[in-house]
Design a protein around this ligand. Structure first.
Ligand code: ATP
Length: 326
């Protein structure tokens, strides 16, 4: 018996409109997520990670639009779903948490009310029942004194507590898939680790699949079974997390790993200079011809300047998109 993926994304294309011109901000992006699996998307700022996640649940707005490819969720094509059906899917079966919970939470409503709303809207519960479930949801995300906290407004909570509330809202309806876009970037390092552990534990216990987005390869390596490395609107390498970390095949992945701080060395020497990849991700309208990474790549050749590399599928699973991959 073959198991079908929970999410299948095929040849996704997202266009950015500038005046009358259209530029592919994301092009030919394909990946799958199995039930209960955690896939990481990693890459520098501006690579297209967030807009990829937003496109999956119909949240792209002009000047961006999903212009090609297919998104199948649990066997159903959802890229052209009518808005009301997409709204039902969102929150109920696919949930999302963002970097800054303050922007996603309503400042004028108590956190208890905002969690309870999920049970009323999506599960048809009465308000009395939903308020009881909201307290249980706060217990599950390890918020102390939940009976008191449900009466708090978002601004009365710390950043870490707000993110716990967002997780409680996201997981309230027991979704099959959680999209987590830089969920800890705005938090202190110690709080970051607690929130990541919480996401990992809750999703593992409930069998929730996760698409985890971060610019931090270290975080992704800890959280994910498989990793897709994005550069300039493309996935350039996609493999099992341990393999990619031990033996990167794409020069960009190699550069990301080389720029990670080595904790041991830093502890010994106090400070450590990181090897950065020279240059920055170009804006969408200035993606280069040929391989989009070639202007920053140590291995670039004439072929790379002229010919866009295709995905080379690897015998042990996954792929790499590079003319000179190792
Ligand atoms: N509303 C918008 N209008 C114009 N360009 C946009 C808009 N949203 C995103 N972009 C562009 O699309 C590209 C991809 O952005 P995206 O936010 O997905 O990148 P990212 O990899 O998630 O980085 P970050 O972590 O900074 O969000 C970037 O070049 C960005 O400038």
């Amino acid at each position: 018996m073959t198991t079908k993926p929970l999410l299948e994304v095929e040849h996704l294309r997202i266009d950015l409109a500038i005046g009358d011109a259209r530029f592919a901000a994301v092009q030919d992006v394909s990946f799958t997520i199995m039930r209960g699996e955690t896939l990481g998307l990693v890459g520098e700022s501006g690579c297209g990670k967030s807009i990829t996640a937003l496109s999956l649940i119909g949240l792209l707005r002009p000047p961006l639009n999903l212009s090609g490819g297919a998104v199948r969720f649990d066997g159903q094509e959802i890229q052209n779903l009518p808005a009301d059906e997409m709204r039902k899917l969102r929150g109920n079966r696919i949930a999302m948490i963002f970097q800054e919970p303050m922007t996603a939470l309503n400042p004028l409503s108590t956190v208890g009310r905002q969690i309870a709303e999920m049970f009323v809207l999506h599960k048809g519960k009465s308000w009395a029942e939903a308020e009881r479930l909201a307290i249980e949801a706060l217990v599950s995300v390890r918020v102390p004194a939940p009976e008191r906290r449900v009466k708090d407004y978002p601004h009365q909570l710390s950043g870490g507590m707000r993110q716990r509330v967002m997780i409680a809202i996201a997981l309230a309806c027991d979704p099959d898939l959680l999209l987590a876009d830089e969920p800890t970037t705005a938090l202190d390092v110690t709080v970051q680790a607690e929130i990541l552990d919480l996401i990992k534990d809750l999703c593992a216990a409930r069998g929730t699949a996760v698409l985890m987005i971060s610019h931090d390869l270290g975080l992704i390596a800890n959280m994910c079974q498989r990793v897709g490395v994005m550069y300039a609107g493309r996935i350039v390498e996609e493999r099992a997390a341990e393999e990619i970390f031990q033996a990167p095949r794409h020069p960009y992945t190699n550069g990301l790993i080389a720029s990670l701080p080595l904790l041991g060395a830093r502890a010994r020497h106090g400070r450590q200079r990181l090897k950065e990849i020279a240059g920055v991700v170009p804006p969408v309208a200035a993606f280069p011809q040929g391989c989009r990474f070639h202007p920053r790549c140590y291995a670039a050749s004439e072929t790379c300047r002229a010919v866009d590399p295709v995905e080379t599928h690897l015998p042990q699973g996954g792929f790499v998109r590079c003319h000179h991959h190792v």
